[in-house]
Design a protein around this ligand. Structure first.
Ligand code: PSV
Ligand code: MN
Ligand code: MN
Length: 388
């Protein structure tokens, strides 16, 4: 059996970062739904992330999206976060929401547009210097809609050039995470469509360029845990954007659509040493809560990651290795399934009591009256950016 004390210690040490944009109003291209009590600015988004941390104990940082979270003084925002018991996490530049980016950002055929996009990416590294953030999290909407629209090869050259300029600007302890996405908003080609493209660019750049796996960015049926195992083995797994999907980039709560897939991913992480802080795997959420209340949805999501991690930690690694080396197919599979089928809720309740927080974070949040306070205080909440 896995050592109980070690399992509890690993769970206590795990950090799950929430995204600022999940706290604001959001929707689909059909409708942005407004909710009561949502944050009106970056400071209030930080406050909500701190609330999620207070009730879960394992979500001590919040990712920012620039310019959605633009403030006058980023060091002041970082100090505000510290005062709330959390820190500012990954910085996510936005090079997809201006008319200039119709044909792309850093891959655009127009050098002036490429220059504008690059300037924004570099500005985001300046922001990282002020916030103390370690990770620049890059997602490009770049691609084409029609065969012949642009040269696939030329676009790769332009991408390399921009990434190199940004990489060379990073400070010694800063990293670049390069996210891939199969399609959308481009439907014919996407300039970073898959982990292989991201990996190749990262290898060209250097060890501080790492692949970011957004779980919603794959074709249906993709074996995401294989990608995770491969990247971890090659020391190129920078982190995750967790969410779940039924069809495409649904950005629903992680673990809601396929808890078994989340467990399989976390199993590869645990077995490959990816929970060790030294390996630098960032566990981040990238979700939108269009129809459900946001803070409890984020608490639920953090708990879902934690439950999958706990089950993965319960895998009896010795028994698994023994079965694997003996070629015992059914035995090896049974070890993994035993862990998945374990109810870890009592273990996690015990962990939370040890940490001095309520064993049932959602019930505790609902009892706290916090939402009534937000509803009364905050009027005219901000859109996350997606619907702005
Ligand atoms: C768009 O697909 C996206 O969901 C990417 O996953 C980014 O990480 C996120 O938006 C924030 O820019
Ligand atoms: Mn993402
Ligand atoms: Mn996405």
């Amino acid at each position: 059996m896995a050592d109980r004390t070690a399992v509890l210690a690993a769970l206590r040490a795990q950090h799950i970062e929430t995204p600022s944009w999940a706290y604001g109003n959001s929707g689909t291209r059909f409708k942005v739904f407004t909710q009561e009590g949502v944050p009106r600015n970056a400071y209030e988004k930080v406050d909500d992330a701190a609330t999620v941390h207070r009730f879960t104990g394992v979500a001590p940082s919040v990712a920012l999206h620039i310019p959605w979270d633009t403030v006058q003084d980023y060091a002041d925002l970082a100090a505000h976060a510290t005062g709330q018991g959390i820190s500012l996490g990954a910085i996510n530049p936005n090079v997809f929401q201006e008319d200039d980016y119709r044909l792309g950002s850093v891959c655009n055929p127009d050098p002036a547009v490429r220059q504008k996009a690059l300037a924004h990416l570099l500005e985001c590294v300046d922001i990282m210097d002020a916030t103390g953030s370690a990770d620049l999290s890059l997602w490009f909407a770049d691609g084409t809609n029609y065969p012949g629209q642009d040269s696939i090869r030329a676009r790769q050259e332009r991408l390399s050039e921009a990434l190199r300029a940004v990489y060379d600007r990073l400070g010694g302890n800063q990293r670049m995470l390069l996210e891939y996405k199969l399609f959308e908003p481009s439907f014919y080609t996407t300039d970073v469509p898959d982990w292989g493209t991201s990996y190749a660019h990262c290898v060209d750049l250097g060890s501080r360029a790492q692949v970011l796996v957004d779980t919603g960015h794959h074709a249906p049926g993709t074996n995401i845990e294989f990608i995770v195992a491969f990247l971890l083995h090659r020391a190129r797994l920078g982190g995750f954007h967790f969410n779940s999907r039924f069809y495409a980039d649904d950005d629903l709560m992680v673990g809601a659509a396929d808890p078994f897939q989340l467990f399989r991913i976390m199993s590869e992480i645990v077995l490959g040493g990816g929970l060790e802080p030294a390996n630098g795997v960032a566990f981040m959420l990238d979700q939108c809560h269009n129809i459900e209340p946001k803070i409890p949805a984020l608490i639920r999501s953090v708990l879902n990651v934690q439950e999958a991690t706990a089950k993965a930690l319960l895998i009896d690694a010795d028994a698994l290795h023994r079965a694997q080396s003996e070629g015992d197919v059914l035995g090896a599979n049974a070890v993994v399934m035993d862990a998945f089928n374990t109810d870890v809720r009592p273990l996690l309740a015990e962990l939370r009591e040890d940490m001095g927080i309520d064993p049932d974070p959602i019930a505790a949040y609902n009892r706290s009256g916090h939402f009534d306070k937000l509803r009364a205080e905050r009027t005219g909440g901000a859109a996350a950016g997606w619907g702005a």
